[in-house]
Design a protein around this ligand. Structure first.
Ligand code: KG4
Ligand code: ZN
Length: 367
């Protein structure tokens, strides 16, 4: 049978592998020629407990742990999907950005398995995975939309016209929003990763207790800057003396969170206004923050804009977003190398891109 025809009629089973930082994620997505692809199975292992003793991610430990986890997680995801490895048509892995050694584990395993199965493997962009992760929710967005990407390493506003069409509108000139949460939490003696810990402490704090800066709020553009905030938090924390009370810490956490959230909300609203769009997607780890969601919802409701989020557990790194991004690229015709018929002739060499701007996504071969 002609393989081009088969591709249009049969569902495509895509295995996605994420290993860019401290989470190993594997998932299976089923894509048809049209319609939103379906998540069939997913497995995730977070290395947070392992890195906690060091106050941050230790790259070499991360790589070694990915090696231990990736095959058992693959079995788990396939089991949940009710599929065998032989049923998979395409393996997608995170090519970058991320930690080089950690990326190499996913890339090596994906390429090796694809070679053994005689199917193609494709390297995906981690941030495209985050960006398209709301397509895994019950309420997927329609194009075009503005995306606020807020993770541990990135804070960007993008205009998204279609899969693969991303225009950078603004980004952080120093720390990312997640980094601002993590570094402020560290100053306050909270554990790693600091974002969720600081957010939990902030729940019972007074957000007006400390006056903290809102960097670049009135800069007239869509860039962010968060490095100064961490310094301001440090100064306030020092003023509290050796033994701050629990309530003082709650108030400082709430004030810090309020400063970050206000900047993210106001810049996102500005991006909607400037672009004339009325749909917003918030993705990446910081997108799990409840205060951000509440204030973004309220601000968007005022201007009659729709806001979409990934499900809470899919805000941070996972394999489902990588499989989903591959499925959407395949559906959009952006993945010519995904034809199983071509697998035999494929170049099986692979590479990773630890640094890789999202707007340069198509600047190299995606094979
Ligand atoms: O997207 P992600 O899992 O990894 C990267 O690609 O960087 O994002 C991790 C970041 C960390 O900085 C973490 O502290 C932050 O997301 N984060 C949060 C929350 N959950 C995760 N920040 C604030 N509030 C949260 N609930
Ligand atoms: Zn991420």
């Amino acid at each position: 049978m002609d393989c081009g025809v088969r591709l249009h009629l049969a569902p495509m089973y895509i295995l996605g592998i994420e290993s860019s930082c401290d989470e190993t994620g594997v998932a299976v997505v089923q894509a048809q020629a049209s319609g939103t692809p379906a998540l069939l199975g997913a497995a995730l292992y977070s290395q947070i407990a392992m890195h906690q003793d060091f106050g941050g991610v230790v790259p070499e430990l991360a790589s070694r742990d990915h090696i231990q986890r990736v095959l058992p997680l693959t079995e788990q995801a396939l089991g949940e999907a009710g599929l065998r490895l032989q049923d998979i048509d395409l393996i997608a892995f995170t090519r970058g950005p991320g930690l080089a050694g950690a990326l190499l584990v996913g890339a090596g395993v994906a390429s090796g398995m694809a070679m053994g199965l005689n199917i193609p493997s494709v390297g995906m962009h981690h941030l495209e995975g985050h960006l398209l992760s709301p397509f895994l929710s019950q309420d997927p967005p329609e194009f075009p939309f503005v995306a606020l990407l807020v993770s541990g390493g990135h804070s960007q506003l993008m205009r998204v016209d279609a899969v693969g069409q991303y225009v950078l509108l603004g980004e952080t000139i120093d720390d990312a929003a997640g980094e601002a949460f993590d570094k402020s939490a560290k100053v306050m003696g909270l554990g790693y990763p600091g974002g969720p810990a600081l957010a939990a402490l902030a729940e019972q704090g007074n957000a007006q207790a400390f006056a903290l800066p809102r960097p670049l709020l009135h800069s007239g553009n869509l860039d962010f800057s968060f490095a100064g905030l961490k310094t301001a938090v440090m100064v306030q924390h020092r003023k509290l003396g050796e033994q701050p009370t629990q309530q003082q810490l709650r108030d400082l956490a709430a004030s810090t969170q309020a400063a970050i959230v206000e900047v993210l909300v106001k810049k996102s609203l500005r991006a909607l206004k400037d672009s004339g769009l009325s749909r917003l997607v918030v993705a990446g780890g910081v997108g799990a923050n409840r205060a951000l969601r509440a204030q973004m919802n309220a601000a968007c409701a005022k201007v009659q804009a729709r806001v979409h989020y990934p499900e809470l557990h899919l805000c941070t790194d996972n394999g489902a977003m990588i499989a989903m991004a591959a499925a959407l690229r395949w559906q959009a015709g952006l993945m010519p190398q995904a034809q199983p018929a071509l697998a035999q002739g494929l170049d099986r060499s692979f590479h990773v891109r630890p640094r890789w701007p999202l707007d340069a996504i198509d600047s190299i071969s995606n094979q």
